[in-house]
Design a protein around this ligand. Structure first.
Ligand code: CP3
Length: 362
């Protein structure tokens, strides 16, 4: 794929793929692209195999989860696969009482309110609690021609679901807990940090080639709140991944003011939503940090001309000698997306000449 350099110290599968090279801010022969929420949603072949029951049932069915992960790779020709699972899988697996309702999202029967609820957050034993996830990862690693991304929800975003009990626009209970009972907040974050570490480590041990930490809703916080209530735990998750020799992607929405902090927490790649142009984001992260993003997911409905212009604009702004670029949407694929448009996006990105190589560390 990328003939000019082979890093002999890296022995993981697909180490020389465009996706992993860009994640390490190394030169690439083409710009790699994948889509958050590429599995499921808008694909007719997904609806065919998804079946009745909740998404948590589909995730626990190894053959179905394997097939669903492969579908977007086949259809779109993306440069990476993302495991078909959910950020709530570990909390569900240890019995916290999480369901995922179609069209709603995660719903918690008995939300986290007090110290007694910490007991409901026992450590995750991935082999015993989520063996299906590990088997799916092993199947996929054997079958895929591109790297597999494993993932976890960051402690803040998972905490927000456990506390609110359902999706929220204000995070008012979450903020109330962090500001009125800071010691309890930190204990909750500690437990969720351990959960994320166990889950990510088990996915990498089973064969995942990269990890993404989804702190989707952390943009609800101010920088000062981020430093005090979030950074210590997310940094601990990412630090625990450092020894595993896989790129770490750190993503959230509405995080324009937090990008530097999210890089500093310990990530090779920072995910950027569509509100912050990548050239602006670049100024906010250290040299050598790769950026992932950031086409507006709603623009896939904007017609072919606007789409082509927007794709080219993202690439122009993302190409920089200071660090790699992985093309993606600024957030997940919207359910109403026409798959043909995403096929077109992949074509456009792959056809785009790579004019500026990120710095080779030579
Ligand atoms: O990205 C992928 O294609 C891989 C699979 C994946 C899912 N969820 C499957 C899913 C990933 C990476 C996630 C992560 C996830 N889950 C996040 C972080 C990403 C982001 O969007 O910021 C969050 C916040 C969740 C929680 C969650 N799960 C929500 C908000 C929803 C949407 C509810 C809805 O129906 O609109 C889910 C359900 C969900 N997770 C679906 C899929 C394919 C759709 C519902 C289904 O098929 O039953």
């Amino acid at each position: 794929m990328s003939p000019e350099r082979t890093d002999t110290t890296v022995t993981r599968p697909h180490a020389d793929s465009a996706f992993l090279r860009a994640a390490r801010s190394e030169p690439v022969a083409h710009i790699p692209v994948w889509f958050m929420r590429q599995a499921g949603r808008s694909l007719p072949e997904y609806r065919k195999v998804r079946g009745e029951g909740t998404i948590l049932d589909a995730i626990a069915d190894v053959d179905r989860a394997t097939e669903i992960t492969l579908q977007p790779v086949r259809r779109y020709g993306v440069d990476a696969a993302i495991l078909y699972s959910d950020i709530m899988t570990p909390a569900h697996a240890i019995g916290f009482g999480v369901d995922i309702q179609p069209g709603v999202g995660p719903v918690v029967e008995r939300p986290f309110t007090s110290e007694a609820d910490l007991e409901r957050l026992r450590p995750l034993e991935a082999d015993v609690d989520t063996p299906y996830v590990l088997e799916t990862v092993r199947n996929l690693t054997a079958e895929l021609d591109v790297p597999l991304i494993g993932f976890a929800g960051a402690p803040f975003t998972v905490a927000s679901y456990l506390i609110e009990g359902r999706p929220t626009r204000t995070w008012v209970h979450t903020k109330a807990l962090m500001h009125t009972d800071e010691p309890l907040w930190h204990r909750l974050m500690e437990a969720l940090t351990d959960l994320a570490i166990s889950s990510l480590r088990s996915q990498v041990d089973a064969g995942a080639s990269a990890v993404q930490l989804f702190d989707s809703w952390v943009g609800a916080l101010s920088p000062a709140e981020y430093d005090r209530f979030v950074a210590p735990s997310s940094s601990r998750v990412l630090a625990a991944m450092a020894e595993l020799d896989v790129p770490r992607i750190h993503f959230g929405v509405h995080t324009g003011e937090l990008l530097g902090r999210m890089a500093a927490a310990g990530a090779e790649v920072v995910g950027v939503d569509w509100r912050t142009p990548l050239d602006v984001a670049r100024e906010r992260v250290p040299t050598g940090t790769a950026l992932q993003g950031n086409l507006d997911p709603a623009l896939v409905a904007g017609g072919p001309t606007a789409l082509e212009e927007a794709v080219a604009d993202v690439i122009e702004r993302g190409s920089d000698p200071r660090g790699g670029h992985i093309f993606n949407l600024g957030h997940g694929v919207l359910p109403e997306t026409d798959p043909a448009v995403l096929e077109r996006v992949v074509e456009l990105v792959h056809a785009h000449p790579v004019r500026e190589y990120p710095p080779a560390s030579r």
